[in-house]
Design a protein around this ligand. Structure first.
Ligand code: C5P
Length: 309
């Protein structure tokens, strides 16, 4: 097999609730993550020369061992036991970097899926999700994609029933600003640890409440997601770009809800359909430009990383 191309979509958090602290030092989370139609593309070419090389059209991005694509490739090769495996990887970047959209994690997930196929390793999706969890809390979600409850550190997935409406997000980000995820969780802990839940029973109660919420049961009720992101309470007061993005999105007539994604600074508004989303984007385009913000209309996607035909 010569070259394989993989689509690696971004995600937004429809719900991010911090429940408490885990013995491993990570936070116990109850989330709903949702893939959106904004994606990087990765091309994998077999070299069979024991070398792994990454090139990227975004010059600011590291193509060394700290890139999750390289970490995923190394892990997969190590697990295979075939040290002579090699690949040349080209990353076409469309998802903004350091944005709370899991762009880097999705690229890493794409490397697991793409190289598994290129090298003919035959790992199941569950095995790939297991390796993904070793590399990052939200990487298993990126392998599976669509709409998922994400519990534990974020790596425990339960698929959400498909939403009834063709919901679309208007996504907004200042390209010059990024937020450190460890910083956001650390700050959240400093301000909220007095109210953290403790113990598996308390955690499971919150998970069950989310599973039973009307909006996560589209066949039962047609409520749109109300959107909740606990990290917004610490990132918004310290990040001017988030304040401006949320203020602008809140001036719109129709959005069903507005929130920050992940640890930010991307923010988004949720619309019932793509036409309403595009109208809203057109309405605010000049003000986005003035504020130095980029914007995208992205329908929700039912899948995660996918090998292109
Ligand atoms: O797993 P990942 O490498 O994406 O996590 C980045 C950082 O975010 C962690 O080092 C930790 O500081 C914080 N984090 C957390 N609890 C989680 C996920 C991430 O505290 N469930």
């Amino acid at each position: 097999m010569g070259t394989i191309t993989v689509t690696a979509p971004a995600k937004v958090n429809l719900h991010l609730e911090v429940l408490g602290l885990r013995p491993d030092g990570f936070h116990e989370l109850a989330m709903v993550m949702q893939s959106i139609d904004l994606a990087d593309r990765l091309h994998f070419t077999n070299t069979a020369d024991a070398r792994l090389t990454l090139s990227c059209d975004a010059p600011s991005l590291s193509v060394a061992g700290d890139n999750l694509v390289m970490q995923a490739a190394e892990l997969l090769r190590k697990r295979s036991g075939f040290t002579d495996l090699g690949a040349s990887i080209q990353l076409d970047k469309n998802i903004p970097v350091g944005a709370g959209l899991a762009g880097g994690s999705s690229d890493g997930a794409a490397a697991l899926v793409g190289l598994n196929a290129l090298w003919g390793l035959g790992h199941s999706s569950a095995e790939l999700e297991g390796m993904a969890a070793e590399l990052g809390s939200d990487m298993p979600f990126c392998v599976a994609g669509g709409g998922q409850f994400c519990f534990g550190r974020g790596e425990r997935l339960e698929p959400l029933p498909p939403l009834l409406e063709p919901l679309t997000v208007l996504l907004v980000k200042d390209p010059s600003v990024s937020v450190s995820t460890p910083w956001a969780y650390k700050r959240f802990r400093e301000q909220n640890s007095d109210h953290y839940l403790e113990g598996e029973q308390a955690f499971e109660q919150r998970r069950e409440a989310l599973r039973q919420a009307e909006w996560t049961q589209p066949l039962r009720g047609a409520d749109p997601p109300p959107l909740r992101n606990d990290l917004q309470s610490v990132v918004e007061p310290e990040t001017r770009a988030v304040q401006i993005a949320l203020q602008l999105l809140q001036t719109l007539k129709e959005p069903l809800a507005v929130a920050m994604s992940g640890s930010g600074p991307s923010c988004f508004a949720l619309f019932r359909n793509p036409e309403h989303c595009q109208q809203a984007q057109a309405e605010l385009l000049d003000r986005f430009h003035e504020a130095g913000l980029r914007s995208w209309c992205c329908p929700l996607r039912p899948d995660g990383v996918r090998i292109e035909a």
